[in-house]
Design a protein around this ligand. Structure first.
Ligand code: SAM
Length: 248
């Protein structure tokens, strides 16, 4: 039976990879990457010499695309699995499918291979095991050291740029649950300004911006929305890097 491993990789610090992830990447027949150049750096560090291939993006896998090059890739992946090969899926950083491509590919593979209950000798090799190899994800890493309530939270992925953005900020402001989302360096100030606008003092929201997690300049900036906004306005050099924002 072929195996399709969904493998989490580091979100910054290259040491954050599990023994099981290394072993898996060493043993599969092919590693499917978001960007082969990014993954090659990790593979070189751990002396993993396996062929790599980039995989089609989620919108293409999900929509019966007319892009023949991408469709060929999808067909090739399905063929390899059918032929009994073991594959691993990785993204550039963190857990594949979590605000990253890969989710639709997993869904297609499950649909094509895994739901069969009536295995017979004829189609025995048509079945594929989808196996998660857990590891880092920015959302969980940020929550774990934020000091904010984590017993219940909602993960919003990346916020929409236009349509629905205002509604979402209203939801964040009114929510009793901790809310977590990813933000780009270009929009962090705009987002903090919106938090100031939509979270009035009386609803006592706390914000924690987790920046550059697991990297040299890792920091957690916590306070009320106006305090955190002021900090990032005053410290322009800190508007760079990767951000995960928590509001509670
Ligand atoms: N799949 C990844 C995961 O499991 O965390 C997330 C991929 S998403 C395309 C990338 C976004 O995650 C970044 O723009 C940032 O908002 C957040 N992120 C990733 N690495 C981070 C880090 N080291 N520190 C803070 N946020 C990070």
């Amino acid at each position: 039976m072929s195996k399709f491993y969904v493998v989490a990789t580091p979100i910054g610090n290259m040491g954050d990879i599990t023994l099981r992830a290394i072993e898996t990447l060493k043993n599969v027949d092919l590693i499917l990457c978001e960007d082969t150049r990014v993954t090659k750096k990790l593979l070189n560090k751990y002396e993993i010499n396996k062929p790599t291939m980039s995989y089609p993006s989620d919108d293409i896998v999900g929509k019966n695309s007319k892009n023949s090059r991408q469709n060929n890739k999808l067909d090739k992946i399905l063929e390899l699995l059918e032929a009994g090969k073991d594959l691993a899926l990785v993204s550039d950083a963190g857990t594949p499918g979590i605000s990253d491509p890969g989710a639709m590919l997993v869904s297609q593979i499950k649909e094509k291979f895994s739901v069969r209950q009536d295995l017979t000798l004829d189609n025995l090799y048509d079945s594929v095991d989808v196996i998660p190899i857990p590891g880092p994800s920015a959302v969980i890493t940020a929550l774990s050291a934020s000091g904010l309530p984590t017993h219940e939270f909602t993960f919003l992925g990346f916020l929409p740029h236009k349509k629905g953005r205002e509604t979402l900020f209203k939801e964040i402001a009114e929510s009793k649950r901790t809310m977590v989302f990813y933000e780009s360096p270009h929009r962090i100030i705009k987002t903090l300004e919106s938090l100031v606008k939509f979270c009035p003092k009386e609803n006592q929201k706390k914000v924690c911006v987790a920046r550059e997690l697991t990297k040299i300049y890792e920091e957690f900036v916590s306070g009320t929305p106006p305090e955190v906004l002021e900090y990032f306005i005053k410290n322009k050099e800190k508007q760079r890097g990767e951000f995960t924002v928590i509001v509670a």
